[in-house]
Design a protein around this ligand. Sequence first.
Ligand SMILES: Nc1ncnc2c1ncn2[C@@H]1O[C@@H]2COP(=O)(O)O[C@H]2[C@H]1O
Length: 775
Amino acid sequence: MEHDARADRKQRSLEDASQTTAPPRGQNDLGVSRAEAGGAPRSLFGSFEQKHIALGLSTGLLAGLLALVASVTSTLFIFAGPLQESFPVGLAMTLMSSVIFGVVSAASGARSFSILRTQEVAIANLGVMALALHAAMRDTHSREEIEATVIALCALGAAFVGTGLYAIGRFSLTRYLRFVPDCVVSGYLASVGFLLLKSGVLALAGADGFQSTVTSLSNPDAVSRLCGGGFLALLLLIIESRSRSRLAAPLLILAAIGCFQIVIRWSGLSIDSLERHGWVVANAPKELQNLPPLAPARLREVDWIALLGQAPSMVFLVLTSALGEMLALSGIERVSPKAQDVDAEFKNAGAANLLVAPLGAVPGFHSTVHTLLALRFRAPRRIVAAMIALVCLLALVSGKPFLQLMPWPLFGGMLIWMGVVGLKDWFFRGLLEMKSAHAIVKALILSVVVAFGFYQGMVFGALAGAFLFILEYARTGVVRLQISGREYHSSLTQFDDRRLAAIKELGDAIVILRLKGYVFFGSAHGLRERVQDALASDRRLECIVIDFEEVAGVDGAAAMTLEAIGRDARAAGVEIVFCGLSEEHRRSFAGLGLNLSAGFHLFSNLEQGLRYAEDEVFSRHRPSVVAQDPVSVFAWLVQATGSEALAARLAAAGEAMRFAPGEAVIVEGQQSDELYVVAHGEASVEMTSAGGGLVQLAIFGPGALFGELAYLLRTPRSATVRAKTELDVWRLSRSALDSLGEEAPAAALAFQHFLAARLADRVLGANRLVRYLSR
Ligand SMILES: Nc1ncnc2c1ncn2[C@@H]1O[C@@H]2COP(=O)(O)O[C@H]2[C@H]1O
């Protein structure tokens, strides 16, 4: 049931025409121009609208008839067997729900595009509870009391489902339900197709299973119904694939109803004999009494204590309904041309259930079948929903006479047709192009539904979805980047010539693993393998830095693997540094008895962790680098200009300064033009982030140069530089360098060259950072 792009545009213009007021400048709310929408006038009585109203009415009539069939069959989920006598009141409850759901769908805003209906998943749950109630009450209570208690059960069910769905939508919890993989959604849709096909065949054969269907083939009435319904389904399939008009299929069905009525009148067949031969609905009640079912007078008959015993099942009812609603919306979303607001749809469904609950009606949520029917014929959703409400209301008020207007094979034929189309579109289409594991899951879901039932299939689908998620997530792995300490280093090293020279030689002693995503038992194992590979492959390795800054979560089982990683590393004489593990993770690890600070070095961010790792390596191989010895500014200037004479002239042009810890040397946004060289101590560079907080960009140690941007570009200061410790700097103002340029041009030029090289180096550093972050 997929559309091409042109058809999608038409659908949008159609929804727009029926649901929104005229938007500005000749565009509808989806940006489709009027010309695209067919160039027709938007007057209420224009030909464009009339055609779509007709389409809405005829599709709505079909959807309404389908809702009727479904109401009868789903009522049997509760009111069959021992509760059979209460069938009339049960049918009234189901029809009443269908009416209210139809009205809510028709009244809901233009952004919604789905149709609500009573749902078998929820009703079957209530059926199981109703049976349990009956078993508990049958010896002590009257039939009326049991009936009243079951009605109250349904009302409570609707109230719970309503509250649950509304809360999920209100607090945007749908994102947690959205992990459902595509193969599970298409498996669900294919199962809906199968169930439609199956119920069509069973309805026509008058059977309740495979065995009785085969037996029914000896009954000429059943055979004639099957042939009639099958023929209609075939005609619908042919007409749908051949005809260009969307009205063709609805018109065929309306024509079939008309022909049936003409044949009855003409042949003089009595309704009784048609009922006997199963050509019209037979088990419908003559008149529907007790409206609303949960009248205040009946509340006294309810056994509330017995109801309380069903509380655990109520939780299950809400959970399965929420999952069913999510699956239904995911299925609709796949086929629909519009993006939907799932949270708003959940709230809608919740509110509708809360509306039906006080009346004693049954719960429901979005209907894949009815919504897809409207989408298939590109009929205005609101008109279709209103028609469903109207058809169910007529059946509710007039009972049997209305239900018997339609021939039974028509219901069956429609179900078979929709079932075949569903299986074709959702099971077979794209099956071969899918990943084999996904195709197998889809086929298994359908098989479980065929062999054991819908409920079991959905539970299997949820489990298979979770399993696939774990499998694929574990395979993706959490290690997004493995990089050596030579390629990526701390900002302190980046801006310190001595550290930079040392890291070029010793950087391979450090390996950085950048993690991303969720670390759980599946993905943590992949991390351990990476660590083991690194330990085995590089003898020079001294430190592994694991960066958790981008990790969304770590679970308890992963903590055990982290402990094992620590053991592997210690055995190889390698240190493990963890960076960016949140306080929350550390606490939860401690709760599991895992003391991370005992076996690992923990730092709040990568910069600090890397600095520690570099210091460890330097202290073993280059102790002078770590000592952070003060730098002689004169020696620094000699290195910068290449000459002692030039360095002496430059040194005389600048001045020495001292800052206390925390004091700002440069303030972001201010206009000043001096540059600085760190002689002793540390300074940090901070920038105001888009969110208003401070981001640390780098740390400068002895030998680092800063303030060169405003100095060279004459722009306001790009960041704040603040003393971290007591800080000694050498400062050179632009005016001092300018006058030096006149007196000693060679010194000024050599220094300018040096500055250019430093800037180029900074660009390379930025590139390394981008490479690190872009994985
Ligand atoms: N991303 C960065 N990494 C290192 N240093 C920086 C960074 N951004 C700004 N700076 C330094 O901070 C100084 C702030 O003043 P300036 O803009 O004059 O010059 C700036 C640079 O020297």
